[in-house]
Design a binder for this molecule. Structure first.
Ligand code: SF4
Length: 103
């Protein structure tokens, strides 16, 4: 199980439901060995003081080979995920891609 699976008990922003369903369906089709964060979910949820640690950097790099990367990042951007590594990007990196909120 990857860190994304822990979302089931969270409140999900309405605008992220489609991206979440797409990501979930894709992840359901993949073997655990194809999705790096399933092997060590804690590495994808670093405390903010460890965002530049070797463990976090390795998690970011591991995302590069994940077949769910695009869907994972699309969900994280749609949901405005503020914590963790999603789609190979850290929170501050994702913030640069964030869409302006509707007024
Ligand atoms: S892109 Fe990274 S965080 Fe997203 S599912 Fe794949 S390994 Fe996990």
């Amino acid at each position: 199980m990857g860190h994304w699976s822990e979302l089931s008990s969270w409140l999900m922003p309405t605008g992220a439901v489609t991206e979440w369903l797409t990501l979930s369906a894709l992840l359901d089709e993949l073997d655990d060995s194809d999705v790096p964060c399933r092997a060590d979910p804690a590495a994808w949820w670093p405390d903010r003081k460890y965002l530049n640690s070797p463990t976090t950097n390795a998690a970011v790099m591991a995302c590069e080979g994940c077949p769910a990367r695009d869907a994972c990042l699309a969900y994280a951007l749609a949901a405005d995920e503020r914590e963790g590594v999603w789609g190979g990007l850290l929170p501050d990196e994702r913030r640069k891609f964030a869409l302006p909120k509707a007024a």
